[in-house]
Design a protein. Structure first.
Length: 140
């Protein structure tokens, strides 16, 4: 792909749009974050299995910034106010806590996150050179 045709990441735009959509519907926006990614600053006590779920509702956080490179806000953990910083690339999904509706965000190559390793087995139809489709699971 040429430099002229290269576009910026759509992830921050998707995050902002879904945050607004979830809020407009009176729901609570949550982020699912890969806590092992470089640049993620969250309390270690909030991390479980290398991931952390963050409530980013306006009533739960202060100074929320949904920027092009990172999500930043202040929140209370165990009664102590802390700054949280999450690179946009570490956000795996944004969803409404009440319904689970939202979106798993693809990585920069367009691949959705999954708990299953990608399959390298050829298609039984003999299309070894063609990429296989992704796998999407509903997480509640």
């Amino acid at each position: 792909m040429s430099d002229a045709a290269r576009m910026t990441s759509n992830r921050p735009y998707l995050l902002r749009a879904l945050y607004e959509w979830i809020g407009d519907n009176g729901m609570t926006p949550y982020l699912l974050v890969d806590a092992a990614r470089e640049g993620v600053q969250v309390p270690a006590s909030a991390v479980k299995d290398g991931r952390v779920v963050l409530n980013i509702a306006a009533r739960a956080v202060a100074q929320l910034e949904l920027g092009s490179r990172e999500v930043r806000f202040k929140a209370r953990f165990g009664g102590v106010s802390q700054t949280v910083q999450v690179p946009v690339q570490a956000v795996l999904a944004i969803y409404a806590q009440e319904t689970g509706q939202g979106m798993a965000l693809p990585d920069e190559d367009g691949v959705l996150p999954t708990d299953e390793p990608p399959s390298s087995a050829p298609d039984p139809g003999g299309d070894e050179g063609k990429p296989r489709g992704g796998h999407l699971r509903v997480v509640k």
